[in-house]
Ligand binder design. Structure first.
Ligand code: HEC
Length: 114
């Protein structure tokens, strides 16, 4: 008898608990995204934010999935046609390594994908 009553009480609380957890999860996510615009954590994250958010959101970067060669070409295109200053080493290698690791053709960090 007692057990049944407790069960009923717990079940009625469940939706509330679930939405509370969801709220916690989304607010901590939002904080991380603010700091690095949602860029995947890793070596080179800071450099990408600094160099690539000067003209556009890094979302435009995160939506892409390319191999290293593709990223190389994209950066050449940024320099030749979009007015980006050439990036010197060692930052260039850091950025290319970061992009081809976290934003490759398999798109492991495509925005919104979980
Ligand atoms: C000097 C300004 C400038 C900087 C700095 C810059 N970009 Fe861009 N980028 C542009 C412009 C302008 C466009 C839009 C070009 C268009 O769509 O015609 C663009 C577009 C892009 C695109 C979208 C390409 C597509 O097919 O839609 C990617 C990816 C990109 N940039 C990557 C980068 C990365 C990575 C960096 C940092 C290393 C960077 N950009 C830094 C100016 C810049």
């Amino acid at each position: 008898m007692k057990i049944t009553t407790r069960l009923v009480k717990m079940t009625s609380l469940l939706p509330l608990t679930a939405s509370f957890i969801l709220l916690l999860a989304t607010s901590s996510n939002a904080q991380e995204e603010d700091e690095f615009e949602g860029l995947a954590p890793g070596i080179g994250q800071e450099e990408v934010l600094i160099y690539c958010s000067a003209c556009h959101s890094t979302r435009i970067v995160q939506q892409q999935g390319m191999k290293r060669s593709g990223w190389e070409e994209t950066l050449e295109w940024m320099v030749e046609d979009q007015g980006m200053s050439e990036i010197d080493e060692p930052d260039l290698a850091l950025i290319l390594d970061y992009l081809s690791k976290h934003y490759n053709v398999d798109r492991p960090n495509f925005p919104g994908k979980k």
